[in-house]
Design a protein around this ligand. Structure first.
Ligand SMILES: [Zn+2]
Length: 353
């Protein structure tokens, strides 16, 4: 009888502990811009394009799952400012194979190879190889396979391997698990872990460009990348992508590269029209965010960066732009929600704290 009482009281304790811990651990999502530089140029210490999406609950500071979208210059440095190590990243997703979105990846996987070779392989999610009408091919899988070739050729990988043979002899590429998908005009799920689901859609910029959506119980975020409209130049209804808009329907947060209309070919910046037309303008993004019903619009990859007198070689006709200039432009597009003009490490948390 005594035994039965003890087990009953234990059941009671567990029964009480169960619901209480569920209430305490409310799900949460944090979207952080790890780099906001627009294009391959360097300005004022801005890191290259990237967005970190963290999901979890209050008990782990929303950090049970950590997904990196693009990994431009300086990504691992920005992650270190957030207390996130390369080994803690579950997956890296690439919108496209332009160096301003990818050149921090070599560093990230090299550090992982150095210090965390026994961590699970890093999922790298991207489009399958894409041909172009001009005859060149774009290949994310080759990018991954050759990510550390310079360090293999220089002898560094062999030298460090000789010091610590728990590292794969093949170098950082051996720690990458490439997940390539065929980009389509409808959303398709490309990755998942527990409650976190990531879907992708084809979008226009260069061959193989894709945009992503992360859905979690705490909310959803769309990462547009450098997407533009399939109609490459005016006349067209918008510079934004119809597919991204479809993907973004009902999303809480939209993160998107933005070009300010002052760079337009008729405004005197001298930027070649194809460079201008393949990006989405801040005004058109404001209009798209409104139509999609988003609550937060995070403008990133700003062309030009805040405070810059020129974008690479192209001068700004009316001088440097401010945060207010981008905000006003997105508002003119009709968006009345929360506009974040991207600076490195700015975050949105769902739910807000
Ligand atoms: Zn770019």
């Amino acid at each position: 009888m005594k035994k039965i009482l003890i087990s009953l009281s234990l059941v009671g304790i567990f029964w009480l502990a169960g619901p209480a811990s569920t209430v305490a651990a409310a799900p949460c999502l944090i979207v952080t811009l790890t780099g906001t530089q627009g294009g391959p140029s360097v300005f004022n210490g801005l890191a290259g394009s990237g967005t970190l999406v963290r999901y979890g609950d209050d008990s782990n500071d929303c950090g049970a799952v950590r997904l990196q979208f693009d990994a431009g210059r300086g990504t691992s440095m920005r992650l270190s400012q957030l207390g996130v190590t390369p080994a803690q990243i579950n997956a890296v997703f690439f919108t496209h194979m332009h160096s301003d979105h990818a050149d921090g990846f070599a560093d990230l996987v090299q550090v992982r190879w150095h210090f965390s070779a026994k961590a699970p392989k890093l999922d790298m999610v991207c489009s399958a190889d894409q041909p172009s009408p001009q005859g060149y091919g774009v290949s994310c899988s080759k990018f991954a396979a050759h990510i550390a070739d310079a360090y293999l050729k220089s002898g560094e990988i062999a030298q460090r391997y000789s010091e610590d043979k728990t590292r794969p002899e093949g170098g950082p590429a051996a720690l990458i698990n490439t997940i390539a998908f065929e980009p389509k005009d409808e959303p398709q799920q490309v990755w998942s872990s527990g409650d976190v689901k990531v879907s992708a859609i084809r979008s226009t910029h260069i061959p193989g460009h894709a945009s992503y959506r992360v859905d979690t119980p705490a909310g959803s975020v769309v990462i547009g990348g450098d997407a533009g409209n399939d109609v490459f130049a005016p006349p067209r209804t918008s510079s934004t992508s119809d597919q991204v808009e479809k993907l973004a329907k009902g999303a809480d947060v939209i993160v998107h590269s933005a070009i300010h209309p002052v760079m337009a070919p008729d405004k005197g910046s001298g930027m070649p029209p194809p460079f201008y037309f393949r990006q989405s303008t801040s005004a058109d993004l404001g209009a798209m965010a409104k139509r999609a019903g988003a609550k937060h619009l995070m403008l990133t990859h700003l062309i030009p960066p805040l405070g810059a007198k020129q974008q690479g070689p192209y001068k700004l006709p009316g001088g440097a732009l401010t945060e207010a200039d981008y905000r006003k432009s997105a508002q003119e597009g009709g968006f009345a929600g929360n506009i974040i003009v991207g600076t490195d490490l700015v975050s949105v948390r769902l739910p807000a704290k």
